[in-house]
Design a protein around this ligand. Structure first.
Ligand code: 6GU
Length: 275
């Protein structure tokens, strides 16, 4: 997969050199390129924003600067012929000639980015993330790229306000990047996790030592009894989800819970919503 991030704070994306995502880049599974939006400004001060039409506080990012930046980044297909002296590498992740682009615009007014979103985007060949600052990017940018057949996804990472899209870009790249084949060493660790297919939060986990400062690891986990361990884990996942994220229990399909599950939920004090 190729991912381009455009920002006025390219250094904000430095953590993407670390850990799993950093390794995925080094091994060529992920071709990630970070660009400075100001490289597409045309005046001496490299201006990227201006005052909002209609009045109000703050500044809005100019569509002309964004338009040039995104045109150039989208047109750069990362083909072998393009791979040049600026560190661009051709490779398994980089050959995206003619591949469709998804333009991601992080914004607190977007649809919520979830694990389902990450799973869908992990199938894409190319993401271009346009990080806004100030009061956001002139709305005509999304409009123009949509009109030209680019899939534009405006997403929020949760119900709070950040100063810009950079943190959301980090979130998106990490959530999507770890789903790419080969990035997470043991693909089984993707199976039983919070926000996974079961629709529940993950059960609590323990490691050595079995007794620590008077706290013991639950006996069943030391028993080697796989069916009992699986049942215990599901029960704890149900309890935890009912307590912390009751909305996820409501969202489960009608046949997701059997009689035992319902009993565990009832014992945890969870009430089915009045319908
Ligand atoms: Cl994607 N951007 C900003 N600025 N604030 C946010 C957000 C995004 N998601 C939640 N809050």
């Amino acid at each position: 997969m190729r991912v381009d991030v455009v920002s006025i704070f390219p250094d904000y994306l430095a953590p993407l050199e670390l850990s799993l995502v950093g390794k995925a880049r080094q091994s060529g599974l992920l071709d990630l390129r970070v660009h400075d939006l100001r490289d597409w400004a045309t005046d001496r001060h490299r201006t990227v924003d201006d005052t909002p039409f209609g009045g109000g506080a703050g500044m809005v990012m100019r569509p002309d600067v964004w338009g040039r930046a995104l045109d150039d980044v989208i047109a750069d297909t990362g083909s072998d012929a393009d791979a040049g002296s600026d560190g661009e590498q051709a490779g398994v992740a980089g050959d995206v000639v003619g591949a469709p682009v998804r333009l991601v615009i992080p914004t607190p007014s977007g649809e919520v980015f979830t694990q389902r979103t990450a799973e869908a985007w992990a199938q894409d060949a190319r993401l271009v993330v346009a990080c806004g600052r100030y009061e956001g990017i002139d709305a005509r940018v999304a409009e123009r790229f949509r009109e030209r057949g680019v899939v534009v996804s405006e997403v929020s990472i949760g119900d709070y306000v950040l100063n810009g899209g950079e943190v959301a870009a980090l979130v998106v790249v990490e959530a999507v990047g770890r789903l790419l084949p080969g990035v997470v060493g043991n693909p089984e660790s993707l199976v039983e996790e919070s926000h996974g297919a079961a629709g529940l939060l993950e059960y609590p986990v323990y490691t050595k030592p079995p007794a620590w400062e008077g706290h013991e690891v639950p006996e069943v986990l030391l028993s080697g009894h796989h069916a009992k361990i699986a049942r215990w884990r599901r029960d704890r996942a149900l309890e935890r989800t009912a307590a912390r994220r009751p909305d996820l229990i409501e969202a489960l399909g009608a046949d997701a819970l059997d009689a035992h599950d319902r009993e565990v939920l009832r014992a945890a004090g969870w009430e089915p919503p009045a319908s």
